[in-house]
Ligand binder design. Structure first.
Ligand code: AMP
Length: 368
């Protein structure tokens, strides 16, 4: 496994497999063109390594040139293809064979065909080392293919992830572990925030605490903050519509996350249903809901202690704390049944040493 920027990639194609595919392509093209002097046009940047090895395998008269296009940003094709280096001059009457590193959606091809349509070449063919037939739009015929591959994000052998990985001799594929989305459940003071801090590191998850997002907005005097403040100060729940929209926006901000820890959300039946529907629309789901259990008296003690240093007004007054427990018992506790019905509810003893509790939580997560 290798790491490029923030992502892990696993070996996919060995150098010999790639070179064998190139050799096969060179033979096919030679059968059609060895009696002419074709012009091979490599598509930069990705095809530089392929073109070099291809030319070593194609030992017949030929010319070579390059065009430069760009359409990838990060892991997805942006759809906008820019021409950075235009077609070579002097192509009149020549047989041109495009050498692409990879054809996927076909957007880059469209641009290439457009570029060459305005020239007076004799013939125009397309060859690609890698071909993702599942996602190709089929607009133009691909004349020569090295290897047909599934729609995986690949790097190496000229292909990059945000410019890294081009110099790898082999091809690697993005290691897509299944997403884990956790709901941390429990009364105020149960230790959700503390445990989420450890779990997000251990499992590479994005931690979303709705309470933290509200406090951040209050501190910065945003419209959302002003709206939420009166509820939070009393220990009441902020209305569902506001909280649900905010939660969605937080998830949308992290499209590359390997998973989420939802801390303090959902707190009502409407929120739980909204979360399920929202995740489903993104082909995601809640994998587990883990409740940290502790008795009220211990929690009140913890919260009052926290209130001394955190400055949180809702942690400094026992009446407000008890009101938060009432809100929990009335609106949040029924969610236990909601998740039990889905077979996703797990309960963990929230009393003990912090690292001991992390171990209890990890045991549940590792069993998923
Ligand atoms: P917390 O930090 O999770 O204890 O949240 C502090 C306060 O923020 C709560 O008492 C509520 O007023 C508000 N809040 C946080 N999450 C939610 C939620 N999911 N729904 C409604 N209000 C929330």
């Amino acid at each position: 496994m290798i790491k490029l920027h923030d992502k892990f990639f696993k070996p996919y194609l060995k150098e010999e497999q790639i070179l064998a595919a190139i050799d096969k392509m060179a033979k096919e093209i030679a059968a059609d063109y060895k009696d002419e002097t074709p012009l091979f046009v490599g598509v930069l940047n990705g095809a530089f390594m392929f073109v070099a090895d291809f030319l070593k395998a194609y030992q017949h008269p030929c010319e070579v040139s390059f065009v430069r296009l760009s359409s990838y940003q990060g892991l997805t094709s942006t759809g906008i293809v820019e021409t950075l280096l235009d077609v070579p001059d002097e192509m009149e009457g020549k047989s041109v064979i495009i050498l692409e590193d990879v054809v996927d959606t076909g957007r880059t091809l469209k641009q290439l065909v457009h570029l060459f349509n305005n020239t007076n070449v004799k013939e125009f063919k397309i060859g690609t080392l890698f071909y993702k037939s599942d996602v190709y739009n089929g607009e133009y015929t691909i004349d020569y293919v090295g290897l047909e591959i599934p729609d995986h994000f690949i790097v190496g052998y000229g292909l990059d992830y945000n410019e890294l990985g081009r110099n790898l001799r082999e091809v690697y594929q993005l290691n897509q572990t299944d997403m884990i989305n956790l709901v941390l459940f429990g009364k105020p003071g149960a230790g959700k925030g503390t445990q989420a801090g450890f779990l997000k590191e251990k499992y590479n998850l994005k931690h979303i605490s709705t309470g933290d997002v509200f406090r951040y907005n209050i501190k910065n005097g945003t419209e959302l903050g002003n709206l939420a403040k009166s509820y939070i100060d009393k220990g009441d729940l902020v209305p569902d519509e506001v909280t649900i929209d905010m939660l969605k926006a937080e998830v949308e901000k992290n499209p590359d996350a390997a998973g989420f820890i939802f801390d303090g959300f959902p707190r009502t039946a409407a929120q739980a249903e909204a979360l399920d529907n929202f995740l489903e629309s993104k082909d995601m789901k809640v994998n587990a809901t883990i409740a940290l259990e502790a008795e009220d008296d211990i929690l009140v003690e913890r919260l009052l202690e926290r209130g001394k240093s955190s400055g949180r007004s809702d942690d400094q007054d026992e009446t407000k704390i008890r009101n938060r427990f009432d809100e929990y018992n009335e609106k949040t506790a029924p969610l236990k049944a909601y998740y039990e019905e889905q077979g996703k509810f797990h309960s963990v003893n929230g009393i003990g040493e912090i690292d001991e509790i992390t171990k209890r939580l990890s045991k549940v997560i590792d069993s998923l």
